[in-house]
Design a protein around this ligand. Structure first.
Ligand code: NAG
Ligand code: NAG
Ligand code: NAG
Ligand code: NAG
Ligand code: NAG
Length: 453
């Protein structure tokens, strides 16, 4: 509370007054959330998550600080910033059984840079005890149709490098829950070869999904590469509906049938409830308190076992089962979410922006090599801002073209600013390589070139 205004004081007085007149018996209950996996029972893995678009209806900055709330303010008006993460951190500290995982590094790193050493220490502890996990780990959840594979690798590398340097960890799980269809390249190159143990996603053709439910084929082994075969396959899980709590749209209103129904379309005794959706956990306690109750009462009942979990725990549980998984070999494209509803327009929408991303992507690759040859000057112009802008531009509402116009303008502006800085790196490096400058500007030539006759 910022300040006690006369009117809020009045409300407070009325509240206590009313409370003394109508005593409500509401006591603190310590919910039992200790449950782990119970063999032989249906295990309902509650995985708390939030899906934070790195730009869509609002720019990445507007999402971060929670501004421009004139538009679609249902939950998208909320900010990603401190309030959210702080709120999750304090909810995790309250009960060590609670778990959370975070995906979009563009937001996380920005938040991290603004934290005190004390907060960083607490968060590091939560991460090392696996209460808080960083998964997927790229700057954004990249698009899989319009993005070039080099850009996907670069934006994933930027995120993973930070996680490695800061926490000494490598993300284990791919979490591409919102891109509009999925490519085999994502399976073998951006999952198996990145070192993931599993890849989870939601959007596949609606008829394919129905058939997979009937055959219990939502969880599969995906061979994305004919060349690399089984050495590049990945365990992949497709959600039965989307990435919201099941059945779509219920938030804590527990339908007692639903775990059983979901178990009926899933192999093994482990099912995942994705507890969250776009820009959630603004006030984390309201979610955790309800999940505490869910776990407490479901386990008291005892027919199924509910537990706090993460995609990593869920994946380990699946690997431990002696189960044969169906095989999948090609893409999940095009994506249709209903009859005559093919999400194919985005393959070619905003062509000028798509071209701009491609051109600068090629320029960035060349510029980084020149930057390396000449030696990197951390305080001088670098290629970093272009790298950042390109990373964000691979988001599934950026290069795809599905964002609002003002958001597309913002992505283009970031690219343009990154290009302007990178141009300086390039001209300096070329000058040095060509022996134009013999002064201190060419500070650390990594290599000397000679013409060979
Ligand atoms: C809490 O739940 C776990 C399993 O769900 C059970 O083993 C344990 O005995 C319970 N603890 C209490 C105090 O009821
Ligand atoms: C806020 O969002 C609206 C609707 O998308 C957009 O027209 C407007 O330009 C945005 N305002 C700013 C300052 O970005
Ligand atoms: C489980 O699946 C079978 C076959 O698809 C179906 O007949 C049955 O009604 C399902 N049970 C539940 C609880 O959904
Ligand atoms: C690095 O760049 C800064 C700013 O452009 C410059 O002042 C400095 O001399 C450069 N350092 C070296 C070693 O060239
Ligand atoms: C040193 O290098 C810079 C390039 O940034 C160039 O503009 C300048 O003329 C050079 N100075 C000398 C004395 O060579």
């Amino acid at each position: 509370m910022d300040s006690l205004t006369p009117s809020s004081l009045l409300h407070l007085v009325i509240f206590f007054f009313a409370a003394s007149w109508y005593p409500v018996k509401s006591e603190y209950i310590a919910y039992n959330t200790t449950a782990g996996i119970v063999p032989g029972k249906i295990n309902v893995h509650l995985v708390p998550h939030s899906h934070d678009d790195v730009g869509w209806l609002k720019t990445v900055d507007q999402y971060y600080v929670g501004s421009n709330n004139s538009i679609q303010c249902k939950f998208r008006c909320r900010s990603v910033r401190a309030e959210r993460v702080d709120s999750v951190v304090s909810a995790l500290l309250e009960d060590k059984n609670r778990k959370f995982f975070y995906v979009e590094q563009a937001f996380f790193q920005r938040w991290w840079r603004q934290q005190s050493n004390a907060i960083k220490k607490i968060v590091k502890r939560l991460i090392s005890s696996a209460q808080l996990e960083l998964i997927n780990g790229g700057m954004c959840m990249h698009d899989e149709a319009a993005a070039h594979y080099i850009d996907m690798i670069d934006q994933t590398t930027l995120g993973h490098l930070f996680i490695k340097q800061e926490f000494g960890l490598i993300p284990r799980i791919g979490w591409q829950i919102d891109p509009f269809g999925h490519s085999a390249v994502q399976a073998y190159l951006l999952s198996a070869q990145v070192g993931f143990d599993a890849l989870y996603f939601a959007r596949i053709d609606y008829q394919d999904r129905e058939e997979r439910k009937d055959l219990k084929n939502l969880e599969i082994f995906w061979w994305g590469s004919k060349t690399f075969g089984s050495s590049a396959d990945i365990f992949a899980g497709i959600f039965p509906v989307n990435y919201e709590p099941p059945p779509g749209g219920f938030y804590f209103e527990v339908n007692s049938d639903s775990p059983v129904v979901q178990a009926n379309i899933t192999r093994t005794n482990h099912i995942m409830f994705t507890m969250g959706t776009d820009f959630m956990y603004q006030y984390a306690n309201s979610w955790y308190r309800e999940m505490d109750k869910f776990i407490h009462y479901v386990n008291q009942d005892g027919r199924v076992n509910a537990l706090y979990s993460t995609p990593s725990i869920y994946t380990d549980a699946k690997y431990l089962e002696n189960e044969v998984w169906p095989l999948k070999v090609d893409d999940f494209f095009p994506y249709a979410d209903g009859p005559n509803r093919y999400w194919t327009g985005y393959f070619s929408s905003r062509p000028a922006f798509k071209r701009y991303v491609r051109v600068l992507s090629a320029y960035y690759v060349a510029a980084r090599q020149l930057e390396f040859f000449n030696g990197r000057n951390n305080s001088g112009p670098t290629t970093d801002s272009l790298g950042d802008a390109l990373a964000i531009a691979q988001h599934h509402d950026a290069v795809s073209g599905t964002e609002k116009q003002h958001v597309a303008n913002d992505y283009a502006k970031r690219l343009s600013m990154g290009y302007a800085e990178t141009e300086k790196v390039v001209s300096l490096s070329l000058g040095c390589l060509a022996g134009q400058f013999s002064n201190s500007t060419c500070y650390n030539p990594a290599m000397n070139f000679e013409q060979v006759y």
